[in-house]
Ligand binder design. Structure first.
Ligand SMILES: [Zn+2]
Length: 347
């Protein structure tokens, strides 16, 4: 009987050594130590033995059973530790492994272009002035010498703000110039860039678009200064030192005289054709309309309290989106605002 007990013990110990899962250990536990297990069979057979044998074998059987129960519990603990170890292995963080680079966006082409313009004018001593997108009729029209019957004030051109008397989405960035002059004495040298709004919508017009305006007021500021500064600006922004500018006489209520500004076409360099192929951008003229300008109307200077006998100044305004379209050969204005990644990621 003792041999039988020792044999069972060896069997279980050996089986535990190779057991790889909780389930196997549990089956062994039931098979050997359970109520209907092999050890209980031995215990049951004790009743047929002599008292002496009962005592000796019984004690041995109990000792071995306890020993085996401890061995089983140890095995459970060992398996659990191994499992935790494996989890730790898979969750191991190796800080030297190269990271996964996140997709980082970049600034919009218009925003980058605004930065470029600010830098070019900054180098010529111009600072950047800013103002509200929602503007009063006073600043948007009255102070700029735009008469009450001027078509710019028409319901068809301007977004008037509902429930707010005499308030519009600014149709130009010029109100910024007025606000700046009211708050500062000459000399003034500023540019203002930003969103403007008009009821227009086609391939080259959008209800929201961007303008770049400039203003220089001081003693002896002349049209020669205007020409020099705009020519330098065009050459810088289109990265082409051969660019020339020309003025054509025009009319804007806030300047006198008023001018249309053209520059030579940066695509065909003013030739109207590229290797005998007609240039589509400038329609073979070699010139592009780029904006309006002029000497600030004395009335506008007086409106802000400047002495129009002492001070003169020039102002200019350009469609920023159009310049970006020319520079980067973009054929549709809507591409700027559609947020199509196939377009945006090209720049
Ligand atoms: Zn051209």
């Amino acid at each position: 009987m003792k041999e039988k007990i020792e044999k069972l013990k060896k069997q279980l110990i050996d089986a535990l050594k190779t057991a790889k899962s909780d389930e196997i250990v549990r089956n062994l536990e039931v098979d050997f130590l359970g109520r209907k297990g092999k050890f209980n069979d031995i215990m049951k057979s004790l009743k047929d033995m002599s008292d002496d044998m009962k005592k000796t074998v019984g004690r041995l059987a109990n000792e071995v059973k306890t020993e085996l129960e401890v061995a089983v519990q140890k095995k459970y603990a060992q398996l659990e530790a191994e499992e935790l170890g494996q989890i730790a292995d898979t969750e191991w963080l190796d800080v030297t492994v190269p990271g996964i680079r996140p997709i980082v966006g970049h600034r919009h082409l218009i925003s980058k272009f605004i930065d470029d313009i600010e830098l070019i004018f900054g180098k010529m001593g111009f600072s950047v002035a800013d103002g509200p997108d929602i503007e009063t009729e006073h600043y948007c029209f009255n102070q700029l010498n735009i008469p009450p019957d001027h078509p710019a004030r028409d319901m068809q051109d301007t977004f008037w703000v509902k429930n707010l008397d005499k308030t519009v989405l600014r149709t130009q960035t010029s109100p910024v110039q007025v606000r700046f002059m009211e708050a500062h004495e000459p000399p003034v040298r500023i540019i203002s860039l930003g969103k403007t709004f008009r009821k227009d919508n086609d391939a080259t017009h959008s209800p929201m678009f961007h303008q770049c305006e400039g203003l220089m007021v001081g003693e002896n500021v002349s049209m020669a200064n205007l020409k020099a500064i705009l020519t330098h600006f065009m050459q810088q922004v289109f990265e082409d030192s051969s660019i020339k500018t020309r003025f054509r006489i025009s009319f804007f209520p806030f300047v006198e005289p008023g001018l249309e500004v053209d520059c030579t076409c940066p695509i065909c360099h003013g030739e109207g054709k590229i290797e005998n192929v007609p240039c589509k951008l400038c329609k073979q003229t070699g010139w592009l309309e780029i904006g309006g300008a002029g000497m600030v109307h004395p009335k506008v200077l007086e409106n802000v309290g400047y002495d129009s006998k002492k001070y003169t100044g020039f102002a200019f305004g350009m469609g920023l989106d159009r310049m970006v379209m020319i520079k980067y050969r973009i054929n549709h204005l809507r591409l700027f605002f559609e947020n199509d990644l196939r377009f945006i990621e090209q720049f």
